[in-house]
Design a protein around this ligand. Sequence first.
Ligand code: FO1
Length: 315
Amino acid sequence: MAKRSIALLAGGVGAAKFLRGLVRIAEPHRITIIVNTGDDEQFYGLHVAPDLDTITYTLAGVVNRKNGWGRAGESFRALGELERFYGPAWFNLGDRDLATHLYRSERLHEGAALSEVTAEIAARFRIKARILPMSNERVHTHVKLKGRPALPFQEYFVRRRARGSVEAIELRGIEQARPAPGVLEALAGADAVIIAPSNPFVSIGPILGVRGVREALRAVRDRVVAISPIVGGRSVKGPADRMLRGMGHEVSARGVANFYRDCAGAFVLDEADRRQLEAVRRLGINAVATDTIMSSPARAAALAAAALAAVGNHA
Ligand code: FO1
């Protein structure tokens, strides 16, 4: 069991899967998870924070395992009633999940910061790891498709099923966003900083865009390891491959490593991409190959151990 302190930069489902492994080899109370909030959206007057909730529900063991998001054993009766007033729903908010959004929204309305509310929710779910939103200020990710105006992220991802050629990602509000309390301290003080195998543009990109975060990572670059979400030229899940292509990047593990080269000293790619090790090393990054497909918590734990070892931390 690693006694070291670990910071994880996280999006939603991929990062949560990775965490199921990380908590097997590292003490949860030594883990700080810095979570993307660019995907947050208002529905029915409620503040929904999908990535924060995916991480929380996964660590609490109450996530819907099939989807990777939302609650297990969920029902959708309230959503059915909401459709009476608002028309057909395209974003599936379950009855149990709604309780979290109601609580969060009420507390934000009272003036609490998102980081405070996130800690309260985590405590109610008896989570020992520290979960931090990247910022208490609102950042709203928009996706610009070819020939169309930019869409809010959830409209692109869920309503349009991530179809279309992505030209650019807009992180609205990013210039004003300050890191949430504890974010920069966690990065500076960690024995290892792991960039989860999440989408580099819409999951990790917003976190790196928050004032001071990229600089904080550069300062500890030797302790930062990123994990490729691209295997064999395709994303393991989601539209990362299409985004890389659409925005003119190489669609490969090397293409992702290049994106992180200034702030990550180490990079984990899949065995299937072993041939790219030398090319990544030529970017000045310590590259290692291992099995990155997290088909079970045990495999996710092995991946977490390989990532820690790449920055000199052994589980
Ligand atoms: N993803 C979907 O593909 N369809 C949904 O209806 C949906 C609802 C949803 C509700 C709450 C929540 O926390 C997440 C939800 N997600 C849904 C997942 C979410 O869109 C994405 O996983 C993240 O935003 C990307 O990390």
